[in-house]
Design a protein around this ligand. Sequence first.
Ligand code: FMN
Length: 190
Amino acid sequence: MSNKIVVCITGASGAIYGYRLLQVLSSMDFEIDLIVSSSGWVVLKQELDLTKAEILREFPKVRLIPEKDIANPVASGSRLIFYRGVVVAPCSMSTLSHVACGTNQNLIHRVCEVALKERVPLVLLVREAPYSLIHLKNMLEVSQAGAIVMPASPGFYHRPKSLQELVDFVVGKVLDSLRIEHNLYRRWRE
Ligand SMILES: Cc1cc2nc3c(=O)[nH]c(=O)nc-3n(C[C@H](O)[C@H](O)[C@H](O)COP(=O)(O)O)c2cc1C
């Protein structure tokens, strides 16, 4: 199984999910291609006080790809087929909409489109509250096209005691959907 993965962070609330995913995948020695949208950087700063320089310092092995680099190898199916998957965490309603419509305004939209056409696992960790009919229709559209729509909503049956445990539950669910083993949350009856 490939240890290459694309992680995208967009401008939805919940930048901590993308950040934690980077920590976990890095600790598992995944080769990570990271694409952060311009709004994603704004929310990383707003919610976690993290800048591009700090992300690069903390994750020196991560390959940071500019969202405008539409000629990057991951924009091509001939390269993306060798990846374990593409995760957008968190995924804004705007990015969801572009994926649902097949319109490409940046490399994140393109990578998602390629993942769908090549049947590379695509996980969209969507975040908005409440959902409009348009959001729901877009989720149905991408789900029918093969994406996994993951809600950024943790369970509580494992009795979380901290924010970290709530975040790890959701990140664990993302990893589950890619069949990546982890110990981020206690499974039912474990
Ligand atoms: C602090 C902050 C929080 C936001 N939270 C959300 C959110 O939870 N969901 C969402 O769809 N958009 C949210 N937005 C709006 C998106 O950032 C905006 O729609 C943007 O155009 C998304 O672009 P992107 O998908 O290219 O990142 C938020 C914006 C800011 C500044």
